[in-house]
Design a protein around this ligand. Structure first.
Ligand code: FES
Ligand code: FES
Length: 156
């Protein structure tokens, strides 16, 4: 039986009817047309579908959409302020950490959630967070470099 859920996404409240078994990625991409959330493996492995739900980075490909009820969600579309990119996005660009860009939304969301929860986190914690994401292009070093620069800026 379909269920009606209400949640906030990128600051806007939404009420939608969802079919049982629908994953959050389908709701985000197909019903809300927020296609910045990428589908890679579709089996909770690659991290490209990561969004932020109630402050935590979660894989939307393995999250039943019913679980979004009453939650506060951010996708990559809600991370920048209009044309003004988040400092993490700016530093990843500066460090050459974006090539095809397919992994980037998931990585940015992962790092935004991490720095919101623990602004002073260690390099090891950052590496652990980045390691949850598959990047076929960059070799990870530019991602880490950009992330460390962003952390420094965020800490002021
Ligand atoms: S698409 Fe969700 S983890 Fe790969
Ligand atoms: S930049 Fe292409 S997969 Fe990461």
């Amino acid at each position: 039986m379909n269920k009606t859920i209400t949640f906030t996404i990128n600051g806007q409240q939404q009420t939608l009817e969802v079919e049982p078994g629908t994953m959050l990625i389908d709701l985000i991409r197909d019903q809300l047309n927020l296609t910045g959330t990428k589908r890679g493996c579709d089996n909770a492995t690659c991290g490209s579908c990561v969004i932020i739900m109630d402050g935590k980075a979660v894989k939307s490909c393995s999250m039943p959409s019913e679980k979004a009820d009453q939650k506060n969600i951010f996708t990559i579309e809600g991370i920048s302020k209009g044309m003004h990119l988040h400092v993490i996005q700016q530093e990843l660009i500066q460090s050459g950490a974006i090539q095809c860009g397919f992994c980037t939304p998931g990585i940015v969301n992962e790092l935004v959630a991490l720095f919101d929860q623990k602004p002073n986190c260690s390099e090891t914690e950052i590496i652990t967070a980045i390691n949850k994401h598959l990047c076929r292009c960059t070799g990870y070093e530019p991602i880490l470099e950009g992330t460390l620069k962003a952390q420094k800026k965020l800490l002021g």
